[in-house]
Write a protein that binds this ligand. Structure first.
Ligand SMILES: CC(C)(COP(=O)(O)OP(=O)(O)OC[C@H]1O[C@@H](n2cnc3c(N)ncnc32)[C@H](O)[C@@H]1OP(=O)(O)O)[C@@H](O)C(=O)NCCC(=O)NCCS
Length: 191
């Protein structure tokens, strides 16, 4: 018998985390095209054309199969059906069960706890369903909203890299946060 399994969709109180669709191109370009959104990301503001190239790759990131790079979620607001962000769980090292979390939210919907809600659900998928041992996340030290999300998720600050690289023409200052599977389980038990 063939067992089929899918990491999509996930529902939280206010959000639906589903697989990307080709039709998400305009909604995604509306926020990933903004300079303030790309400011601390590894990429420059993304054009509609670039997003159109990326979406098939994101659709392929379904977390299944030995070659999967991870799981890419489109974040949809249940109340309106609008796609307002994205959240990714990258598989960094399958043998050591290491994952890395990333997220982007449309500025029109920031500051309402949506990213924390989505990322918490993705941590749950990573630890409870994929079976990861450790999930990390990294951000520029000036990206307050990003590391605030990591702290709200009770991830631990593991590193503060000082001037360790050049990022967009300046010294890079980076925080690394992480959570281990035991820490996740302890947190779940405490709820
Ligand atoms: C990082 C990001 C995804 C957070 O999205 P969000 O939906 O606003 O996140 P939440 O609402 O769950 O939490 C944000 C927290 O940061 C806080 N915050 C936002 N801007 C802040 C600032 N300039 N200084 C201090 N805190 C700030 C908010 O108040 C909130 O904390 P609180 O709930 O304690 O009040 C969003 O800012 C974003 O898309 N940024 C651009 C892309 C990016 O940098 N992604 C991360 C790359 S590492």
């Amino acid at each position: 018998m063939m067992v089929t399994m899918s990491y999509f969709p996930i529902e939280t109180e206010r959000l639906l985390l589903r697989q990307f669709r080709l039709s998400d191109v305009d909604a995604t370009a509306a926020y990933e095209g903004l300079p303030e959104v790309a400011r601390y990301c590894s990429w420059e503001p993304r054009t509609r054309r670039r997003i159109k190239e990326l979406i098939p790759r994101w659709i392929a990131m379904d977390g299944l199969g030995a070659k999967s790079e991870g799981i890419q979620y489109a974040v949809v607001l249940k109340a309106s059906g609008r796609q307002i962000g994205d959240c990714v769980l990258m598989f960094d090292d399958i043998a050591a069960r290491q994952g890395q979390l990333g997220y982007v939210m449309d500025p029109a919907h920031q500051g309402r706890g949506y990213t924390t809600e989505a990322a918490r659900a993705v941590l749950g998928v990573g630890f409870d369903r994929v079976g990861l041992h450790r999930i990390s996340a990294r951000c520029d030290t000036r990206n307050f909203a990003s590391w605030r999300v990591m702290e709200k998720l009770s991830m631990r600050r593991e590193a503060h890299f000082r001037e360790h690289a050049i990022f967009k023409g300046e010294w890079d200052e980076e925080f690394v946060y992480a959570m281990l599977e035991d820490e996740w389980r302890a947190q779940q038990g405490a709820v």
